[in-house]
Design a protein around this ligand. Structure first.
Ligand code: AMP
Length: 290
């Protein structure tokens, strides 16, 4: 399959052969390659990662692939927003050199039988509620990193546990890529940008920034030595009153290992996941420095 250079302003590779060909040409020219994996429905959070990749590499590849392996059967795979033309337009404006938009069959042929499982930071939090999730993420990210072979790959702190799982994966398998993290990009009212925010009703959208407000309050109070458990309890009460139900978790964890914090001097993070109607929101913030 060759590169599609006519549909959008940015060329699209739909298969790994066309992708490898383009990357090989850039490598021959001595250019560094940056990579941003996404599931599309792009927003300013994704585009900030593209800008970061741009700063670190002469060429930027963005993948768009809604990965079925990270959705459980009851989750929103079919409903997940998809708009490739709009994504391509945004990516063109941010200097993306190539979109990699493989088909499901290209990634998972019928005889596909491999799964990548990462331990360490994948324990708890998201895994308690989405047990399938990180194996799905680790498998697709492994495959994409091997196919694209970038010098640098950029991931968002928005999915903080995912970021740590990917760092662990890359370290453990000696994948020759530098992982760079981008900060969480938010709406003016604090709501973290997410493709899933499109699911929120007008009323839910009004309540949604409470999630950030609550974890930011916990971060501030715990930084000032408040006891963690009552802070979390109070945060849950505030979220319930704002209409969040259920609250999957609010947790204060070590920022590098995601274990319970034993040493208050080490960097820590407040992480949360909660439902507003049919939409699951996740967010996290750093604890203020001591
Ligand atoms: P997704 O398309 O949701 O799989 O996300 C693709 C990448 O964009 C992941 O590395 C996410 O962490 C990152 N991302 C999503 N939303 C944001 C945001 N609001 N700020 C920063 N990065 C984000």
């Amino acid at each position: 399959m060759t590169l599609d250079t006519t549909t959008y302003a940015v060329p699209v590779a739909r298969g790994s052969a066309a992708l490898r060909h383009a990357v090989a040409d850039w490598r021959k020219a001595g250019q560094r390659v940056g990579f941003v994996p996404t599931m599309g429905a792009l927003h300013e959070g994704h585009l900030a990662l593209v800008d970061l990749a741009r700063e670190r590499a002469e060429r930027v590849i963005v993948s768009i692939f809604v990965n079925p392996a990270q959705f459980a059967p009851h989750e929103d795979f079919d409903a997940y927003p998809r708009d490739e033309a709009a994504d391509a337009e945004l990516l063109a404006a941010h200097g993306c050199d190539l979109i990699y938009a493989p088909s499901r069959l290209e990634i998972y042929p019928p005889d596909f039988a491999t799964e990548v499982r990462v331990g360490g930071p994948s324990a708890g939090l998201e895994t308690d509620f989405r047990p399938h999730f990180f194996a799905g993420v680790a498998t697709i990210v492994s495959k994409l990193l091997i196919q694209v072979a970038p010098d640098v790959a950029v991931f968002g702190e928005k999915d903080y546990q995912q970021l740590l799982v990917i760092r662990q994966l890359v370290r453990d398998l000696d994948l020759p890529v530098e992982i760079v993290a981008g900060p969480v990009i938010r709406e003016a009212d604090g709501l973290a940008l997410s493709s899933r925010n499109a699911y929120l009703s007008a009323e839910e959208r009004k309540a949604a920034p409470k999630l950030h407000e609550v974890i930011a309050t916990i971060a501030r109070n715990v930084s000032q030595r408040a006891t963690i458990a009552p802070e979390i309890e109070q945060g849950c009460d505030v979220l319930r009153a704002a209409g969040f139900d259920p609250i999957d978790y609010i947790a204060v964890r070590d920022a590098e290992t995601l274990t319970e914090i034993a040493n208050p001097e080490r960097p820590a993070r407040v992480l949360a996941a909660a439902w507003l109607g049919k939409t699951r929101l996740i967010d996290n913030v750093p604890l203020d420095p001591a």
